[in-house]
Design a protein around this ligand. Sequence first.
Ligand code: BG6
Length: 464
Amino acid sequence: MKAFPKAFYWGGATAANQVEGAYLEDCKGLSTSDVQPQGVFGDVVERIPGDSGLKDIAIDFYHRYPEDISLFAEMGFNCLRVSIAWTRIFPNGDDAAPNEAGLAFYDKLFDEMAKHNITPLVTLSHYEMPWALVKNYGGWGNRKVIGFFERYARTVFERYKGKVKLWLTFNEINMSLHAPMTGVGLPSDSSKAEVYQAIHHQLVASALAVKACHEIVPEGKIGNMLLGGLMYPLSCKPEDIFKTLQENRGWQFFGDVQARGAYPGYMLRYFRDNGFTLEITDADREALKSTVDFISFSYYMTGCVTADEALNQKARGNILNMVPNPHLESSEWGWQIDPLGLRTLLNVLWDRYQKPLFIVENGLGAKDKVEADGSINDDYRISYLNDHLVQAREAIEDGVELMGFTSWGPIDLVSASKAELSKRYGFIYVDRHDDGTGTLARSKKKSFDWYKEVIATNGASLKA
Ligand code: BG6
């Protein structure tokens, strides 16, 4: 009988800027997310007193987390992925001392999880950084930011070492290539060379955080986090096959550095061919040798690659520009649904790194309808998650070591790409809408009981 491991992490995943709200409360500083009200690809909008955006309140998790965590516990979660807002701890990034009110908030949050035996999986930076570091230092383009990040990481490792054993460095680190402001605090018109230099600084910072975690939380584990953008060749033409290899290396490069501890040759050639002379010091090379304990990733879709420029029209994809696959259906947002692709990706990552894997995001963003009796019959979400989990189980049968599955947005939250609330992922509905109206009340969708059953049976209730 095919099964998930006995000690499997089941749960959900969130990000501070998409759930917490309270964007200036308790001395929090402005983050890059706070100045991008239209989402991760949106323009920077300087805040003015009295203005407001959807993320400012988000789903008010900052004040309602006890209720939300008890609902997660009712579903049987033994794991919850959250992120720490760097700006709650160091409001400007370069502050002389950390902000005690911010530190105290996450103490309360982790204590609440502990009450329900929910293991925290904590992302150090999920699509945000202190805006002051962008304005005053030029974001990750400036080497000094490495030191500010390391200090932040060491601060939270020290503070929470008794409470948090599972850590992630940067969310979807490869997305900086597509949304430089969100990823590395650089303007969208930055040159590729500038973006790669900033990425290099971030990779060094990630490795320094790994080293610090191993020193401060020796029994802990720290992973990277990739946007798992698996690409297929559109045809079997050798040119399509080679271009697909290159496109996949676009995201694998990050994993290669973080899991193997050095720049791969194909990347050095890419820099040479394009005339990029990156500043990579011997100390940087030494730092990169601290590699992650496990590989985590998000998975929503796959896409295709063609070497034929005429065919290379862009699909509406998640961050990566993908050519649509004629064999797949799409979500309402044009994201192509491919459960088998998850099995393929798990095998690719396992074959490449031989490190434990963790699916830390997967799910279906959809518009939900609240019926007259208040019920929400989200069979589409159940079917999406069922089919992906079945393929994850197949990958385990293939020999892949899989630590856990945290579905994206177990409670409705503000979407990252367009900052919408109408794109819902949750098992728990939140009464809040794109125009900011709503009571913020929580209610259970049909998928709530479905996921509860999946967890209770450790996946045995899934329909293959
Ligand atoms: C991932 C991000 O890209 O996808 C999340 O890590 C994001 O922050 C998720 O919310 C889904 O994307 P979206 O745009 O539907 O919110």
